[in-house]
Write a protein that binds this ligand. Structure first.
Ligand code: NAD
Length: 491
């Protein structure tokens, strides 16, 4: 389905019904490639949030008591529905936050479906406990059970993916769910919720858009909400931890990163130059991905060769352009606030850094002069900044855009020290043909995920999480079940 150009209104999904905010207020959604309003979403109220909790709570009894295999059937149907609506969903995600269509359609949609199918398979695992014989006269066992109502709070950079990994496994475990997408990119999530409700019993999955403090805080601190899963910034994680301190509940925090991609002199340099620039950062939603390899550490003996190769790769493969065009490899920054932030870090990099290796310009009029409809969009060139020290602000603070620093190192120990010298611990890449070195690095890097001679691969087969200020959590269905312990006297 092709989406027409007129402004479309999207609605909340509560109790199986599409509804506007109870106040009638709306938020205008801006298409970041044009800077123009393209849709509206509900600016929901505290009452809307409470209504979603009431409906999720009353749906819990029915959903949680279904046999695991019946829940699995529902989840498989959702996977099928996503495949059927793949074109529409990828277009919505692309218009909503600027992630290029060639990634949202070919990469994202099939991966969303695979998480729903994986969650369907996990329903059985999520209901398995252990049995223990406690001497001759008693037996103990554990029961895995859902928490109740789970709230998923989403960031603007990857709405459908974060929606899926939270909702699919929370539902698989027997919880009911409320999703609060970012007020800066809610359209795709609202439509996704509408589609999923074609399959699920009313109230099982609800989607409420609106402000973080008004709607988000009401949801997470509500006494009838039993678990919270946030993907977002450290500041929001701290606000949620504080507002729920009096009524504590289990949390998952998936937060930011400042990941190091480390290239050794024994690496396949062609492969490394592509890996650290394309998948490493620039083709991942214009660097607006939590695992973006925004610090490229290169062994000094090969740094000039690598800089030349990285420039060639960027010039050849990163076509900046309308994200709806299948040949565009990099789209705009997703919203005006983030655009200002990224531009200010580039200006800082010009002062702090030694050299802008490539890029450094911003603004649609300059970067895309032949496409007047993109003149007011939030465009930034892929930018590499050469620096001498990892302690600079541009090497320590999460920029969250198409900006990476290039930092030299001499020895393996120095590379490890520099890679770990950050408050974050989400991703790390190692480029080497020395197997022993690869294993040593994997052990020593303080990071939830390490990729060797590749970058940014994720999938339902393996867990994904962070260390240090990048957050914490557990994996897939286990995140959304808790154990109950039971002792029985059989003497
Ligand atoms: P953000 O923290 O500003 O907002 C995230 C969500 O929290 C939004 O829906 C917002 O409305 C809501 N929110 C804000 N204040 C709240 C409150 N007091 N109570 C409840 N909810 C509240 O983050 P963002 O700018 O949308 O996302 C970017 C950040 O997310 C980056 O730091 C990025 O690294 C991180 N991220 C992490 C992962 C991961 O898997 N680790 C994935 C994607 C993005």
């Amino acid at each position: 389905m092709k989406i027409a150009n007129e402004i479309r209104d999207f609605q909340n999904m509560i109790n199986g019904n599409l509804i506007q905010s109870s106040s009638g207020r709306q938020i205008e959604s801006i298409n970041p490639s044009t800077g123009k309003v393209w849709a509206t979403i509900p600016n929901s109220t505290v009452e809307d949030a409470k209504s979603a909790v009431r409906t999720a709570r009353s749906a819990f009894e029915g959903w949680s008591t279904l046999p695991a295999m019946e829940r699995a059937n529902y989840l498989r149907k959702i996977g099928d529905l996503i495949v059927q609506h793949g074109e529409e969903l990828s277009e919505l995600e692309t218009r909503d936050n600027g992630w290029v269509i060639r990634e949202t359609s070919y990469g994202l949609i099939p991966s969303l479906a695979s998480y729903w199918y994986d969650a369907a398979g996990a329903t059985a695992v999520g209901s398995k406990g252990d049995t223990v014989q406690l001497g001759s006269s008693s037996v103990g066992y554990t029961l895995r059970e859902p928490y109740g109502v789970v709230v998923g709070i989403l960031p603007w950079n990857s709405p459908l993916f974060t929606f899926t990994v939270k909702a699919a496994y929370a539902l698989a475990a027997g919880n009911t769910v409320i999703i609060k997408p970012s007020e800066l990119a809610s359209v795709a999530s609202l439509r996704y919720g509408e589609l999923i409700n074609e399959v699920l019993p009313p109230g099982t999955l609800n989607v409420v858009s609106g402000d973080g403090v008004e709607v988000g805080n009401t949801l997470v601190s509500h006494p009838n909400v039993n678990r919270v899963s946030l993907t977002g910034s450290g500041a929001t994680a701290r606000a949620i931890a504080q507002s729920t301190a009096k009524n504590p509940k289990p949390m998952t925090f998936e937060l930011g990163g400042k990941s190091a991609n480390i290239v050794f002199e024994d690496a396949d340099l062609e492969k490394a130059a592509q890996g650290v620039t394309l998948n490493g950062i620039f083709t991942g939603n214009a660097g607006q991905i939590c695992v973006g390899g925004s610090r490229i550490l290169i062994q000094r003996s090969i740094i000039e060769k690598m800089v030349t190769k990285m420039k060639e790769v960027i010039t050849e493969y990163i076509q900046l352009g309308d994200p709806m065009h299948p040949e565009s490899a990099m789209g705009p920054i997703a919203n005006a606030t983030q655009y200002e932030k990224v531009c200010s870090y580039i200006e800082l990099g010009k002062k702090e850094g030694r050299e802008i290796i490539i890029g450094g310009r911003h603004g649609g009029k300059d970067l895309l002069p032949n496409q007047p409809h993109l003149a007011e969009g939030y465009w930034v060139e892929p930018t590499l900044i050469r620096v001498d020290s990892n302690s600079l602000r541009i090497c320590q603070e999460e920029i969250f855009g198409p900006v990476a620093t290039v930092i030299p190192f001499d020895t393996e120990d120095e590379a490890i020290a520099m890679a770990n010298d950050t408050e974050f611990g989400l991703g790390a890449g190692v480029w080497t043909t020395n197997l022993n070195r690869a294993h040593r690095m994997i052990r020593k890097l303080e990071s939830g995920n390490v990729w060797v001679n590749t970058y940014r691969t994720v999938g339902p087969e393996l867990p994904f999480g962070g260390q240090k200020s990048s957050g914490y959590g557990v994996d897939s269905i286990m995140e959304f079940t808790r154990e109950k312990t039971c002792y029985i006297d059989i003497g």
